[in-house]
Design a binder for this molecule. Structure first.
Ligand code: DMJ
Length: 565
């Protein structure tokens, strides 16, 4: 919230420096002093109070993925945040009066036109970031200022630059790529990072982004930076079991788990290290990274899984113990399954243990958690809490359609391949229904299946959309696998809805309620918009020889790594 601090300081400066205070009021010098001290006291109270207010929208959204407790805070603070954002916007309008011109939808009636249109969207969003938030983690597109969510700590580490650079390269935004490259060549993560960083997010966005920039360009600088970042994360792996802590402070070296996780690590986090670490060791010849990620895998292989399922929480002792028996295909679990499959593919299908563990895990989930809705025959993975079934499916979980299709594309056994192709189509359809059944044509964060609703939500706290990619990601894999035009059309519908509802003054923003015909924007342009949503949209309108899936595998942040053959 540094932008507010800046504005407060500006106001403070104006008040203290303005000669009109004393002249207009006709006060003597000791009275002026008393007035000044009074004003300063009041301002100090205001500024201090400000720092105790909750942080911005995306912080809450991110934490919301992980903790139900935060949802209450979210609702309570909504009105407060709205007011705060209106003020911010007003001040930003004064400070930056000329908005960047927006792209026109034009004659985008074939794949090429649509691809060019997506490229224009990327340029528009990038220009906004470049102009108003360069070096910050993310952009507030309406306030036209920097933004940072809690996953990045509180330093200005240019997350958008690193998450976006491979997309800039792929779509051919050369000037923009060059500028990003120059910034990264001076990037010193150790100096810039402040506070608690998420080990998982740093790995998938920073290490992953830099590795893919290297894989695409062959520019060694990116590989060196990727190794630097990953090396800084290594202290988090110093635990009895080797399962890493969730958070690390690079300045103090302090490592910890989330306060709400009761000392436990999270499946999707410690389980989504292997692609990056293994690739890094392979490229650099430095074995330490692969050793760390293999250790996690060995520990997991040795553990007994309840009915073949992987609970979300695990202790960090040696040997570790599972926490509460919560199972999901979505938040806090998702990319663990994704990485099992992709690690097998990334190693040129040589890692058979990983393939077997992937198949066993998905099979167990199909058995216990896969449902078909009663009225519309929509397939989805429910959540399990012990034996209690929650008929809820998340936007995050929609990635699994693409995952099973990718399995089908790589599977030799035709029956198994057909089974997962069908499942992928069904999941892609369900997630499309969650979009089609909303007012904006954009799907909510989470949706339910009950006797009265299917693929919709009536929960206010689940109705938002923060530019997530998982649904388009699944349509991308389905397009590549089937060449059914409907997947391109669905992607194009999403582009148009983004234009209508998510476009802000200088970029794209999340929306607070997908069921609102005039939705309020959350004023956050997530870094994964560039890394994932834009990339998948661009690729779905491209030919298959742009990043062919038999040569490239995407990490969970959609950063492409070369498959080892
Ligand atoms: C991304 O950072 C990654 O895809 C991650 O695995 C899950 N969530 C976001 C996007 O929604």
């Amino acid at each position: 919230m540094l932008e507010n601090e800046f504005f407060e300081r500006e106001e403070l400066g104006k008040l203290l420096l303005s000669p009109r205070i004393s002249n207009d009021m006709g006060l003597r010098s000791h009275e002026q002093l008393v007035v000044c001290v009074g004003v300063m006291f009041l301002l100090t109270v205001c500024i201090t109070a400000f720092f105790f207010l909750p942080s911005g929208g995306a912080d809450l959204y991110f934490r919301e993925e992980n903790s139900v407790h935060v949802r209450d805070t979210f609702i309570r603070n909504e009105a407060l945040r709205k007011k705060e954002q209106e003020e911010l916007l007003k001040k930003a309008e004064e400070a930056n009066p000329v908005p960047i011109p927006k792209p026109e939808i034009g004659a985008a009636d074939d794949a090429e036109g649509r691809r060019v249109f997506v490229k224009q969207m990327i340029k528009f969003a990038w220009d906004g970031y470049r102009k108003y938030a360069w070096g910050e983690n993310e952009l507030r597109p309406n306030s036209r200022s920097g933004h940072s969510s809690s996953i990045f700590g509180y330093g200005k580490t240019g997350a958008t630059i690193i998450d976006a650079i491979d997309t800039l390269f792929i779509v051919g935004l050369k000037e923009e790529y060059k500028e990003a490259r120059d910034w990264i060549s001076e990037f010193n993560f150790k100096d810039l990072a402040k506070g608690d960083l998420s080990v998982f997010e740093t790995n998938i966005r920073f290490t992953g982004g830099l590795l893919s920039a290297y894989a695409l360009t062959g520019d060694k600088m990116f590989l060196t930076k990727a190794e630097d970042v990953a090396t800084l994360l290594l202290p988090a792996f110093e635990t009895p079991s080797g399962i890493p802590y969730s958070l690390i402070d690079l300045q103090t070296g302090r490592v910890k788990t989330y306060s709400w996780a009761s000392g436990k690590a999270i499946l999707s986090e410690y389980g989504s290290i292997q692609l990056e670490f293994d690739y890094l060791s392979n490229l650099t010849g430095n074995p330490i990274f692969a050793q760390k990620s293999n250790k996690i895998r060995d520990v997991l292989t040795a553990m007994e899984k309840p009915e073949g399922l992987y609970p979300i929480y695990i202790s960090m002792d040696n040997p570790p113990r599972w926490g509460q028996h919560l199972f999901s295909m979505g938040a806090m679990a998702d990319s663990w399954y994704e990485y099992l499959l992709k690690q097998w593919i990334a190693t040129g299908k040589t890692d058979q243990r990983t393939k077997r563990e992937y198949e066993e895990a998905i099979f167990a989930m199909e058995k216990r958690m896969l449902y078909k809705s009663e009225q519309s025959n929509l397939w989805y993975f429910a959540k399990l809490n012990g034996n209690r079934v929650e008929h809820s499916f998340e936007h995050l979980a929609c990635f699994c359609g693409g995952m099973v299709v990718l399995h089908a594309m790589n599977e030799e056994n035709a029956t198994i391949a057909q089974h997962y192709m069908d499942l992928g189509k069904n999941i892609g359809h369900t997630c499309h229904e969650s979009y089609a059944r909303s007012t904006t044509g954009i799907g909510p964060e989470s949706f339910q299946f009950t006797s009265s609703i299917e693929a919709k939500t009536e929960r206010r706290q689940d109705s938002y959309y923060i530019l997530r990619p998982e649904v388009v990601e699944t349509w991308f894999y389905l397009w590549r696998a089937t060449k059914d035009e409907k997947y391109r059309q669905w992607a194009w519908d999403h582009v148009q809805n983004l234009e209508k509802y998510a476009k802000g003054n200088a970029g794209y923003s999340g929306i607070r309620n997908v069921y609102d015909s005039n939705p309020e924007q959350d004023d956050v342009q997530q870094s994964f918009l560039f890394a994932e949503l834009f990339k998948y949209l661009y690729l779905i309108f491209s030919d298959d020889d742009v990043l062919p899936l038999d040569q490239w595998v995407f990490n969970t942040e959609a950063h492409p790594f070369r498959i080892r053959h």
